[in-house]
Ligand binder design. Sequence first.
Ligand SMILES: [Ca+2]
Length: 84
Amino acid sequence: MKKILIILILGLILLNGCINDRRTLELRETEKKPYTCSYNKFNCDDFKDWEEAQLGYYICIDKKGYDVHHLDGDKDGIACEVLR
Ligand SMILES: [Ca+2]
């Protein structure tokens, strides 16, 4: 019983770590303005570099299931080729 409790607590600590990493990632993303996937708000030139644009693309794919900001016009899975 004690072992199960320890494993459960370790699992919760690990899970919390993952969530915090994700928040850090999104905060870095939001230095210019709060990042959202609710509506088409961002263009490629709103991101500081290609890596950030690609991250923004992935975040909305993950949250909404599609390219909310139309960052990948040719739909090859690579956002904002113009920034590379
Ligand atoms: Ca593309």
